[in-house]
Design a protein around this ligand. Structure first.
Ligand code: ZN
Ligand code: ZN
Length: 313
C-alpha cells in the first residue's frame, strides 16, 4: 500500500508499505483524511524515537470488523487491558500502552491501518470529513474541561494560535468562558469562528487566573508564566520538548497549579462537533506523495489545518 514512512526525522512517500496486520477484535480502516499535528512535527524531531507510519488525527471507513462500511474515528491510546490503570478506565496511562501513529503502532498516513474495535467510534453521516478529522484534537481540548475543578473560572487566556490553540479557544468559549487568545501572527485570528473570543498580540503581566499554554514553545510557556496571577492554574496542553532554559520559579513564587493535559474523550468530541459549535474550517488537503509541500503549508498561518489523503490512482 502507499503511505508515508518517517525514519530518523525524514519523511518518505512509499508505495510498497506492508498492509497492516489485522488482529483478533481489530478492524481494517481505509483512511479518508488525516491531519498533520504539532506532535507529528515533534516526532520528526526525535520525540518518542518513532520510526514508521505516523498520523493520529484521522477519519476513515471501516472495511472489516464491527463497523464495516461506516465512517469511523479512533481513540488512539491502546492499553494492555489487564493492569490496574486499564481496569480503572485510564488506559491512556497504561505503562504498556501503544499509541496509534505516535508510539509503537502504525498510524493513519497510509491507505489503511488496523484499529482495535473497542477504540473505534462510528461517525454520524451528517458530520463532514472536514469536521470529523478534528475529533482527536477537539477531544484533547475537551479534556481541559474534564480536568478543571468546577465551577470553571470565568476568564481564561489561551497562549498560541496554532490548530490546537484555536480549537481550545472555541471549545472553552462554547462553555461560556470569557476567552482571550494570545496570537503571534494576527492572521491566525481569521480562523476563529466564535466572535466572543478576544484576540491580543501582547499581554500584561499577572493578568489571568487560568491559562492554557498551547504554544508548543519555551517562549510561549515563559509568557504564560509571566501572565499568571498568584495562585493561578496553568494548563500545559501542547507537546513541549525544548523547555530547557525556561525559568520555572514563578510556579513556586506565585504558587501556581500546573495541570498537564493530553488526550480526551472522543465520544464527547463527536457530540461537540455534531452540536454545530464549529463550521468546517479552512483546511488544505495534499496527497501523501506531496508530503513535503504539505509540511511547508503547515507552517503557513493562512490554513487552519493541513490534511493528507491517499493519492488517487
Ligand atoms: Zn495531534
Ligand atoms: Zn494496561
Amino acid at each position: 500500500m502507499q503511505g508515508l514512512w518517517l525514519s530518523n526525522g525524514s519523511w518518505a512517500f512509499k508505495t510498497d508499505l506492508l498492509d497492516p496486520v489485522v488482529g483478533l477484535d481489530e478492524s481494517l480502516v481505509a483512511v479518508q483524511a488525516a491531519g498533520i499535528c504539532g506532535t507529528d512535527l515533534e516526532l520528526a524531531r526525535g520525540y518518542y524515537d518513532f520510526n514508521g507510519i505516523p498520523g493520529h488525527e484521522f477519519v476513515g471507513r471501516a472495511v472489516s470488523g464491527a463497523f464495516a462500511g461506516q465512517r469511523v474515528v479512533a481513540d488512539i491510546n491502546l492499553g494492555c487491558g489487564q493492569c490496574l490503570r486499564c481496569q480503572a478506565g485510564v488506559h491512556r496511562h497504561c505503562a504498556e500502552r501503544v499509541v496509534i501513529g505516535i508510539h509503537q503502532r502504525a498510524g493513519a498516513f497510509a491507505q489503511f491501518l488496523s484499529v482495535p474495535n473497542k477504540n473505534l467510534l462510528p461517525v454520524d453521516e451528517d458530520l463532514s470529513d472536514g469536521l470529523a478529522v478534528l475529533a482527536e484534537p477537539v477531544a484533547a481540548a475537551l479534556e481541559i474541561i474534564e480536568q478543571m475543578p468546577k465551577p470553571l473560572p470565568s476568564r481564561v487566556l489561551v497562549v498560541g494560535a496554532g490548530r490546537l490553540g484555536l480549537l481550545v479557544s472555541e471549545v472553552l468559549a462554547s462553555f461560556e468562558c470569557d476567552v482571550t487568545i494570545l496570537v503571534r501572527s494576527p492572521e491566525r485570528a481569521v480562523h476563529l469562528q466564535n466572535k466572543s473570543i478576544q484576540v491580543v498580540t501582547s499581554i500584561e503581566s499577572e493578568s489571568f487566573g487560568w491559562l492554557v499554554d498551547c504554544s508548543g514553545s519555551s517562549s510561549g510557556l515563559t509568557t504564560a508564566l509571566r501572565a499568571a496571577t498568584p495562585q493561578a492554574t496553568l494548563v500545559l496542553k501542547s507537546t513541549l520538548t525544548d523547555a530547557v532554559g525556561v525559568d520555572l520559579s514563578p510556579v513556586m513564587v506565585k504558587e501556581l497549579t500546573v495541570l498537564g493535559s493530553r488526550c480526551g474523550p472522543m465520544d464527547k468530541a463527536l457530540a461537540w462537533l455534531g452540536a454545530g459549535h464549529l463550521n468546517a474550517p479552512l483546511s488544505v488537503c495534499y496527497p501523501f506523495s506531496a508530503v513535503h509541500s504539505a509540511l511547508e503549508a503547515a507552517k503557513e498561518p493562512r490554513f487552519f489545518k493541513v490534511l493528507l489523503e491517499p493519492d488517487q490512482r
